[in-house]
Design a protein around this ligand. Structure first.
Ligand code: IFM
Length: 463
């Protein structure tokens, strides 16, 4: 077991929590008037989900939420980052509101407060109402306005108890996995659609932030990009250029408009042969960059990249790259152990990412809104001895501590995830939970990592 972090205490009041997302855990996909989402549709497409599964039952959290909140409490966590399912609230994405959907989140939020757990609500974690996708989804500017309306309804209902709001979770995934590589819903492979979608997702963030700030209740609004450190494999001009472009598409394409009010000029130039960005209208960047109260960072891995002699043409059955315009860039494994997702383990990339945020952008409170690792867990005699997950956790908690030592204002950490759950295109084949879920019986078993994390939270750091 790792001893990486002995004696590292966090600032008083540091928040220790866990995160989940509606589609990944709730199930009950046709209950209480819930509308269809783009993920319900993608799951029906043959070959789209590795194990052919879907979100019909998932972790059955829709029915088991009291016990799941008890689990959070038993781990001593003081915050829960959950997402709200847009199709439960607005089944058709239009003006019709489903009261039973709101009642569910009412109960959930009350349940958290009764247990002394602070709710951190995310409004969009990828489950767009299918009815809106039928009108173009995120390629349609109108979807951003529908999102702001939905945000208003949710805040009106929950804003007396929820203060921390995230608008978008990982908009890069929604735009570029959803519309460029097609690995995620809606499963489209069109680079222009992907870049268009990225702008409308950001616009939706800005419009929703305006609504949340304009409500009668105090709201602290954040957005949650997925960030990576991108390093060139060598110092050659080609590799350095490859790293610049990947960093541009993955990180700066989202951070710059939100935090600087502009798209990065170098990336705009990179994309010029693909799109002229005519979908960016006057005033949009002002809306996107209006007041932000905190930034969420989802961090899992980092990349070493190299430039290729010539663009890679996807072979038969292969997906196009999600990083639009970077077909001549390749991610090179660091050669060390990877997680069950095949992702490199790079804790120092988290420190560097956080320090970079504080150096290149305006200072803001930061929450690590997701961090965790998938392993091929084995449940043996009622226990899961997931030591690799413990090592990963300790290394990343230590990396955050390093960033705080270097002056970064990190306020909290949310482990991904409370429960094993539906890992999107991987179905149920990848387990990220602190708590093991038997999908046949729905029995929950706290893993060794869950107990270890509880000790970290109790000690407020690595004892
Ligand atoms: O499961 C996902 C989550 O929905 C978004 N961030 C990454 C996680 C692991 O892939």
């Amino acid at each position: 077991m790792s001893t990486v972090g002995t004696g590292r205490r966090f600032p008083q009041g540091f928040v220790w929590g866990a995160a989940t997302a509606a589609f990944q855990i709730e199930g009950a996909s046709t209950e209480d008037g819930r509308g269809r989402s783009i993920w319900d549709t993608l799951c029906e497409r043959p070959g789209a989900i590795l194990d052919g599964s879907d979100g019909t039952v998932a972790c059955d959290h829709y029915h088991r939420w009291p016990a799941d909140l008890d689990l959070l409490r038993s781990l001593g966590l003081s915050a829960y980052r959950f997402s709200i399912s847009w199709p439960r609230i607005k089944p058709q994405g239009n003006g019709v509101i489903e009261e039973r959907g709101l009642e569910f989140y009412d109960r959930l939020v009350d349940g958290m407060l009764e247990r002394g757990i602070e709710p951190y609500a995310t409004l969009y974690h990828w489950d767009l109402p299918q009815a809106l996708e039928d009108k173009g989804g995120w390629t349609n500017r109108d979807t951003a306005y529908r999102f702001a309306e939905y945000a208003a309804v949710v805040q009106h209902r929950l804003g007396d108890r929820v203060r921390k709001w995230a608008t978008m979770n990982e908009p890069w995934c929604s735009a570029f996995l959803g519309y460029a590589s097609g690995e995620h819903a809606p499963g489209i492979t069109d680079p222009v659609a992907a870049v268009t979608a990225s702008h409308h997702l950001l616009l939706a963030h800005g419009l929703a932030a305006e609504v949340l700030h304009g409500g009668r209740r105090p709201a602290e609004v954040g957005i949650v990009p997925n960030l990576y450190r991108v390093t060139p494999q060598t110092g050659t001009e080609r590799d350095v250029e490859a790293a610049r472009r990947m960093d541009g598409m993955q990180n700066r394409w989202f951070l710059d408009p939100v935090l600087k009010g502009e798209y990065p000029a170098d990336v705009v130039a990179d994309l010029a042969h693909i799109t002229d960005l005519s979908f960016v209208k006057d005033g949009d960047l002002g809306t996107i960059s209006a007041r932000l109260d905190w930034l969420g960072v989802n961090y899992y891995s980092s990349w070493i990249v190299r430039g290729l002699d010539a663009p890679r043409v996807p072979g038969p059955g292969e997906r196009p790259t999600p990083w639009v315009g970077t077909d001549d860039v390749e991610i090179v494994p660091n050669g060390e152990q990877t997680t069950h997702m095949g992702w490199d383990i790079e804790p120092s990339g988290l420190t560097d990412t956080l320090v970079r945020l504080s150096q290149d952008y305006q200072p803001l409170p930061i929450y690590i809104t997701e961090n965790g690792s998938a392993w091929d867990d084995v449940l043996e005699d009622g226990a899961v001895h997931d030591h690799p997950r413990i090592d990963y956790l300790e290394q990343h908690v230590a990396a955050i501590h390093d960033a705080i030592d270097r002056g970064v204002d990190v306020r909290g950490y949310f482990a991904w995830s409370l429960l094993d759950n539906f890992e999107w295109a991987f179905g149920y084949t990848r387990r990220f939970g602190l708590v093991h879920v038997d999908y046949g019986t729905q029995e929950r078993v706290v893993k060794a990592s869950g107990r270890h994390y509880a000790a970290i939270a109790a000690e407020n750091g690595l004892a």
